[in-house]
Design a protein around this ligand. Sequence first.
Ligand code: AGP
Length: 602
Amino acid sequence: MCGIFGYIGDKNCVPILIGGLKKLEYRGYDSAGICVADGCRLTVVKKRGKIADLEGSLRLKKIIGTIGIAHTRWATHGEPNEVNAHPHTDCCGKIAIVHNGIIENYAPLKKLLEQEGHKIVSQTDSEVLAHLIEKFYAGDLEKAVIQALKIVDGAFGLAALHENEDRIVVARRGSPLIVGIGKNEMLISSDAAALLNHTKKAVYMADNEVASVTKNGYIIKHLNGGRLAAKKVDKIKWAAAQVEKGDFAHFMLKEIYEQPETIENALRGRIKHGRIKLSIELNVSTVRRIIITACGTSWHSALLGKYIIESLASIPVEVDYASEFRYRSPLIKRDDLVVAISQSGETADTLGAIREAKEKFAKTLGIINTVGSSIARDVDSGIYLHAGPEIGVASTKAFTSQVAVLILFALYLRQARGGALDKNIIGELCGVPQKIRHILENTSGIKSIAQRFKNSPNFLYLGRGVNFPVALEGALKLKEVSYIHAEGYPAAEMKHGPIALIDKKMPVVFLATEDRFLNKILSNIHEVKARGGIIIAVANGNGSKKVRRLAEHIITVPSTLKSELSPIINVIPLQLIAYYIANAKGINMDKPRNLAKSVTVE
Ligand code: AGP
């Protein structure tokens, strides 16, 4: 939810800290701040608003130092303002901390600290960490951090400085933290994207680990035991350019246009001589039921996973919101497979769901984009999307790669259980990237629809079968980035209530592509038209002639022989409609209000 960054080395850290925050701004952007140690004292500068506002106020101050920590915030406790911005300090300003996560027991800790005379000035939970460290500080920052965290419940990605110590002490539980290894310099960050301009060598900290980071190295210990943690140094596989916008106005548009390539990346090396190759360290031949759990857009691909796996592998699939699954005491059997889908691999509820599944001895699998993320480390096995960093808060390329991987996984399950693979579907799957390119090269109609409906207060998205989760995803995209209220429904469900919403001002987006439901969709279109609704239809093949006769606006997309693959194609125009409406409304859709890229708190 928030972004943490730190530097220790020989250079002036201020511009480096600001550069790091800019790469993390998509994680949260309601306030930001830095703390710089110059060998004598700590200087803290923080501001409400964007990183650029903080940068502006730093220009007026001559702050020099070679050790610093920084934070960009997405508020969980306390409104977004300067006093609640991080870094937070102890009573005397000798200790500073930045924190990502939630301190569950901050209220009793705050009461205890205030009774002992500490002055806590903000409404945040995080500030108690600075005063706890102060309470335990006796000349050794790492020791004080360990003692403080021993009485903390909740999640943290934490970085701390003391004015008298040339090191950054970091610790993590539930929120990501990475140590970047440079030449005579070290960095710390919430995610790898912010390290890329400095180093590709990274050490991913695990839960309940603490590290002392100096400019020449780091020592990582277990919070509860003090013994050294053996950690391997990973190589970040992303290129620095991948976290830049390039020629695109926004990350969201860049990532929409990356989808032909990211689908190719998801398939690369996983289809050989008509067989599926997935390095899954699990015996899937005995799986009797699959439960897929996720949040948001990933839950939409999870819904598609049900249709796809049941159709291609004939294994029963249940789908559950992670936030519900983790608390409803799910009935899980040992021959169940629980699959977590998550772009960030850090979504707190999805992480909680996997931990619940493991406590009940289910096998667990992750379909994750972010290498080394918490969920990726917690599951028994996983399949990475290889989609590269997704910076735009609205998930686009991750969604289509999740669906592509789910198709591969369904075929893998079928193959592992002795089923023959349909050569058509593999050929069709490999042809999807080119079909997406065709849509991306012909967007004028989509742009004019966006222009025409940018001021509509409401939208309905309707689809059947695999187009129902696509309808949900189209509605979520629009809501997220344009702030227009939009609902996705199974088209048949419209008669059970939503049809009351239809009037002459209501644009209704139908997924009306050629499949066994087309005739039913056409009757649903008639029902909407009869009530004056405005029809925007996504159609393909011969069906588009029938649809064209009914729809005021039609977006033609390439067909595919296999309906299981059509969501990857049909969602593209819906992503673009959301993008172009948001753009027409002057909204910065890379950082939509109230949202964060990764919801690492419940
Ligand atoms: C999607 O556009 C949203 N940003 C959000 O719903 C997101 O899909 C959800 O928070 C899950 O994130 P994850 O895939 O990283 O777990």
